[in-house]
Design a protein around this ligand. Structure first.
Ligand SMILES: Cc1cc2nc3c(=O)[nH]c(=O)nc-3n(C[C@H](O)[C@H](O)[C@H](O)COP(=O)(O)OP(=O)(O)OC[C@H]3O[C@@H](n4cnc5c(N)ncnc54)[C@H](O)[C@@H]3O)c2cc1C
Length: 434
């Protein structure tokens, strides 16, 4: 056991755990939980630290999953059980080696599989739920040290609570995923005026498997992204190394860092800088293996808040945000990311029970985000907005209970499996009111 100060990627949260443990299997997790409970300490598993909130923070025992057994068992019909500590960037190629792929992913692949599902991480696609929607069973070590398995047939209430479980229901040691045969995606990225995107929105979502767009505040420009499966056996046409370097490394990261530094020193230049950013990312088209197309590199550090809303509310929400940006004088060098998902079933999923649009707002880490994020939160409060559990917001349990029809049921499961709040922390005390 060693302890050191832990910091999340965004540098918004730090923790000084009393001890850090790297368990190798469920039995070891079980022993650690029992010892911690005896010593009166709390326990928290941590993934890659890519949540912006304090969801993974602990002053007790921190469980790091890097040495947890990397099992990968293929059961047939696309079902695969994987160890909870797999980082997504390693899982993609490992599944591909078995001829399989996950059906949807977010826009980075640095997270662990358990961390990603733990906060309801999602990608985009009108017919797809969040990543936790691809989960068919979980193996967890509960607060009493027992190893539990849950699925739609086996303790379904625990399954629906723990799929997006914020680390509150147990330590996940294995995840069974419904995968599909490995596939390639044809990616088409096209700049488009915001009005045109909003006018054709229903068609864009229906006609594309994975549609999203980035809107550049202070302008009415967007960059749209459409990813669609190509027939099995189609030739790949990946970006050339030079183009990938210029677009993804130089423009999206290095030049973008420079623009953000300029924006920090000269905020009044931001509207012009955003017009430059929007133009710099020009149209492009390529075809590559799915897990490579979904993920991008993000080296410019930022803060983020993201809200899920009923899909129909999106145009009005964007108009309100645009109105606030214009009247507030706030300068925002980062694009707003807009994604879509189907209604899904995990009780604490932000897309629970409703077709969803997500609006994600970002601010460069050297610039203050508070006024912007507060304004967006207050707009989204009027549209039944649900905050991403891993991104910044200030809602509490009472407010969140009104947004999730099965919130009370999930809290009853928590009372059953963790009555003494072994997995508690300050964030859970706020968002679960206890
Ligand atoms: C640059 C960047 C890009 C992002 N892109 C997206 C995106 O495209 N879509 C999206 O929805 N989100 C996105 N996020 C948010 C991110 O996916 C989530 O915050 C995710 O939870 C981070 O995973 P992690 O492995 O870092 O987990 P952590 O942040 O370390 O932990 C998250 C939660 O999972 C719990 N947990 C982890 N492992 C276990 C376990 N084995 N058992 C029980 N609980 C566990 C932790 O206790 C904690 O509650 C992004 C974040 C960043 C910084």
């Amino acid at each position: 056991m060693t302890a050191a100060t832990w910091t999340n990627w965004a540098r918004t949260e730090t923790a000084n755990p009393a001890a850090v443990v790297h368990p190798r299997d469920a039995d070891e997790v079980s022993r650690v939980l029992l010892a911690a409970a005896d010593a009166g300490r709390r326990v928290k598993a941590v993934g890659s630290g890519h949540s912006f909130t304090g969801v993974a923070v602990t002053d007790g025992v921190q469980l790091q999953l890097d040495r947890l057994e990397r099992r990968l068992q293929v059961h047939g019909d696309g079902l695969v059980t994987v160890g909870a500590g797999w980082p997504l960037h390693a899982l993609g190629p490992a599944l591909a080696a078995q001829g399989l792929a996950m059906s949807n992913l977010g826009d980075i692949d640095v997270q662990t599989i358990s961390g990603a599902i733990g906060t309801g991480t999602h990608g985009t696609g009108g017919r797809f739920g969040g990543i936790s929607d691809q989960v068919r069973a979980l193996e967890l070590v509960l607060a009493d040290g027992s190893v539990a398995r849950c699925s739609p047939d086996d303790d379904p209430d625990l399954f629906q609570s723990a799929r997006v479980g914020l680390g509150a229901f147990g330590v996940v040691t294995a995840v069974t995923l419904q995968c599909e045969p490995a596939y390639a995606l044809h990616a088409v990225e096209t700049p488009m005026p915001l009005a045109e995107v909003l006018e054709g929105l229903d068609d864009f979502i229906a006609a594309n498997e994975h549609f999203e767009f980035y809107w550049f505040p202070h302008t009415h420009r967007t960059l749209t992204k459409r990813n669609n499966r190509v027939p099995q056996g189609s030739p790949l046409a990946p970006l050339s190394r030079a183009r990938a370097y210029v677009d993804d490394e130089l423009l999206s990261n290095r030049l973008f860092e420079v623009l953000n530094r300029v924006a920090t020193l000269a905020p009044r230049a931001v509207p012009r800088l955003n017009a430059v950013s929007a133009r710099a990312l020009s149209a492009r088209e390529f075809t590559d293996e799915s897990y490579k197309v979904f993920a991008s590199t993000r080296s410019v550090r930022f803060r983020e808040s993201e809200w899920a809303m009923p899909r129909a509310a999106l145009p009005e929400v964007l108009r309100e945000i645009d109105g606030w940006v214009e009247s507030s004088g706030e300068r925002l060098p980062f694009p707003v990311e807009v994604r879509f998902g189907a209604a899904d079933q995990p009780w604490l999923s932000t897309a629970y029970g409703r077709d969803t649009a997500w609006v994600a707002v970002h601010q460069y880490h050297r610039m203050d985000h508070t006024r912007y994020f507060d304004a967006v939160q207050s707009i989204l409060r009027s549209y039944e907005g649900r905050p991403h559990w891993g991104k910044m917001h200030s809602l509490d349990g009472e407010q969140l209970a009104e947004l999730y029809p099965r919130f009370g049921d999930a809290m009853a499961v928590r009372d059953r499996v963790d009555p003494a709040r072994l997995f508690g922390n300050a964030y859970l005390e706020r968002v679960f009111a206890g």
